[in-house]
Design a protein around this ligand. Sequence first.
Ligand code: NAD
Length: 479
Amino acid sequence: MPKMTLPRPLNLIGGAWVPPRSGHEMDVVSPLDGAAFASIADSDAADIDAAVAAARAALAGDWGRLSATDRGRLLMRYAAAILDHADELAAIETRDNGKPLAQARADMVLTARYFEYYGGAADKVHGEVIPFQRGTTVQMTREPHGVTGHIVPWNYPAQIYGRSVGAALAMGNACVLKPAEDACLSILRLAEIANEILPPGALNVVTGRGDVAGKALSEHRGVDFLSFTGSPEVGQMIQIAAARNFIGCTLELGGKSPQIVFDDADLEAAVPVLANAIIQNGGQTCSAGSRVLIQRGIWDDLTARLAERFRAVEASPADGSLLGPLISAKQKRRVETYIAEAGVPVLAQGRVAGNAPAGGFYVAPVLLGPVDPNSRIAQEEVFGPVLCAIPFDTEAEAIEIANGTEYGLVASVWTRDGGRQARVANAMRCGQVFINGYGAGGGVELPFGGIRKSGHGREKGFEALHEFSTIRTIVNHHG
Ligand code: NAD
């Protein structure tokens, strides 16, 4: 394991590391073994107040005065610094979140990529000149919202921090971020690195509980826009809080994403992708491919191939493991309850490694099927390594099942038939569709987000720059 410096229980406010006003701290537990190994600030509304004030001051100060080009340069410098610290950051992430070291390292490379991408984009967000009445010139510009509030989850702490804060900073906003209490140490270390590069107050990080610090941030009258990733239940609260303050928000709330496999599909290519889409990060991925819809003619063949994969997976703390522990005892219980109550045949199950510490939150991956598409296990987000296999006969039936949940985040279609590729992809009611592939995570350049219970608004790509800005139109009557 590379050398790491664990962050202390402090918040980053206005460029300084300060203890929470209450003096309270919370233990940080490692999912690898269930042991407490660090502590973070248990902050409250007073700390959020201070952070929002610091962000406001940054907008009026050095940060607000930077040109778009200079903002971009700072973000690109930050990207390079993240890569320089990637091994150390990955080690912190593995200890804090439990994900295998190789996955954590990949997360850090992607986190850097967000700042590189948005750094490069900062001075390429052009306005428009709109043809209007004779004797006028109309210019439309994209302006930062001001202070943006970011509430991020524990599943990909560093990556989601990068995608959210990267786009907001590129547009010139000043950020206040509340990471998840279950995993936030990588973000604190990333903020330490940022603090050596960005002007004070451009980025403020306050840790604490969701229903205290998170709630205070979402309701704060000094916040001009909110970006939230997490559960639909909390997402709804965020939207209500945003409405009360007449501000906008983006919500990224997870999914029940289908992969549809037709009987002419290239199964050699599909099988590893189908398995990885649910096993990666222990299935704790908003865009996990948690349902596989299989045309009846290849049911036996494909389920047998998937079963072989699942049986070979071992949940383990090893650096190169495909599957680490889940995030918490609560999440482990939740996933095990879903499996126990599914009432569906287990087609295959992996195992927990013999050397996995007993206190860790390990769950063996499970392939279930045939699953009724309307059953609870096929409708609700489990957020664990549980794949539901669902048989279908016709293209129309596959489309209906794929669209038949309250979610709509990602989908994929596996077929060699070009007409069917286009028809099915166009029929998907969700934010992203893959043809003969799947992209759970990754794709910094690709707009990402959902519809309905998966949330609204788009992160990633240039679209995120639009979300983190507002339009001003100036009409000049010059005669
Ligand atoms: P959560 O929604 O409670 O937590 C996400 C973030 O919201 C955390 O930073 C948390 O501190 C904050 N939060 C919690 N309550 C809040 C409140 N009242 N006001 C403001 N912020 C608040 O998610 P969870 O309980 O950690 O996980 C529960 C389920 O949510 C998971 O099993 C999974 O299904 C889903 N989830 C989805 C994603 C995703 O990427 N879409 C991420 C995490 C969890």
